[in-house]
Design a protein around this ligand. Structure first.
Ligand SMILES: Cc1cc2nc3c(=O)[nH]c(=O)nc-3n(C[C@H](O)[C@H](O)[C@H](O)COP(=O)(O)OP(=O)(O)OC[C@H]3O[C@@H](n4cnc5c(N)ncnc54)[C@H](O)[C@@H]3O)c2cc1C
Length: 309
């Protein structure tokens, strides 16, 4: 068996790097596998204005480079590789990475969540520009502009209502006439003077010019008829998918795949911790992910002290 690490961190978003920083400063010599998207979701966004400490805002990729540099300065080792599988049935834990096995007494899982996108034609060019999946993050960029929200659940209704703070008009687009949203969320949106609801519509294609998004072609799924709608921003709110399939069901998750904390940041397996969007069904922010990464590293350190060293 090769060296046994104190802790292996899986994932390199704000949760992973903060866990890396804390465990490196605790002299645990952590090893991180950064994954298929080194830097995580913030690599997709140009401006972060709500992470404390950056009065002028900061670019997502730039912030993630800084987090990585800071953690590496204290001894975090990062490999830009993807974890294929973990074996938590035996100890030390085994982590399989591109065909090679690594071993660790503890794991911190920070693999985040992916927003579900529509993948309609024209979407790829506008991702992180005119089209977003996070109103809290990007809503303020659309002051006095007309925006679309796509979806029919609580988050779509909540995002539409939130966006009325900035946008001059919000059109909520849903492909059915029945909303999954709770009555209170739906009514709050439906009764808002700035919100128009269009049912039986789905995005067939996004429209843009050299300046950015200009609107969308909407289709009625019942008869295929189409219409154009103008908008400079659009928010897709059709759900998130936590990245947990590589765990092979060894760690308890809820029905949607989010890891469940059993005690502080520890999961159902003793010595396996989790932090960030992979756990978080509610906040999904860089600062909350970073905060939880700190907690997971401190919990792992204490657990190692009590159980291994
Ligand atoms: C477009 C956009 C804009 C946003 N803007 C803001 C904002 O302005 N402010 C804000 O607070 N939040 C913003 N967010 C939300 C924020 O990005 C997330 O809350 C935050 O990134 C979650 O951090 P995390 O560390 O939990 O996971 P993530 O950032 O999702 O990182 C997950 C990491 O896990 C890695 N990974 C996944 N699978 C594996 C594997 N098998 N092996 C190894 N590694 C793996 C990935 O490579 C990635 O590095 C935005 C999100 C998006 C999509």
């Amino acid at each position: 068996m090769s060296d046994v690490h104190n802790v292996i961190i899986i994932g390199s978003g704000p949760a992973g790097y903060t866990a890396g920083l804390y465990s490196a400063r605790a002299m645990l010599e952590p090893l991180m596998f950064a994954g298929y998207m080194s830097g995580g979701q913030l690599m997709l966004t140009s401006d972060i204005e709500n992470f404390p400490g950056y009065p002028e805002g900061i670019g997502g990729p730039e912030m993630m480079m800084q987090l990585r540099e800071q953690a590496e300065r204290f001894g975090l080792t990062v490999q830009d590789k993807n974890v294929e599988a973990v074996d938590t049935q035996s100890r030390p834990f085994k982590v399989t990475v591109e065909g090679e096995d690594f071993f660790a007494h503890s794991l911190i899982i920070c693999t985040g969540a992916e927003s579900i996108w529509l993948d309609a034609p024209g979407e790829a060019d506008q991702k992180g520009r005119g089209i977003s999946t996070c109103a809290t993050c990007d809503g303020a960029f659309f002051r006095e502009e007309e925006v679309l929200v796509i979806g029919g659940g609580d988050s779509a209704c909540e995002e539409a209502t939130f966006l009325t703070r900035f946008a001059s008009k919000v059109t909520l687009i849903h492909r059915r006439d029945v909303f999954r949203a709770s009555t209170i969320m739906y009514e709050r949106a439906a009764n808002h003077p700035k919100i128009e609801i269009k049912t039986f519509r789905q995005v067939k294609e996004w429209l843009s010019d050299e300046k950015g998004l200009t609107g969308a072609v909407l289709e009625d799924p019942r008869d295929g008829s189409t219409e154009e709608i103008a908008a400079t921003g659009a928010f897709i709110a059709i759900g998130h998918k936590p990245i947990t399939s590589f765990l092979g069901g060894q760690i308890d998750t809820d029905d949607n795949g989010y890891i469940i904390h059993q005690s502080h940041t520890m999961t159902s397996v003793d010595g396996v911790f989790a932090a960030g969007d992979v756990v978080d069904t509610r906040y999904k922010q860089a600062i909350t992910a970073a905060g939880m990464g700190c907690q997971a590293a401190m919990d792992a350190e204490k657990w190692l002290e009590e159980n291994v060293h």
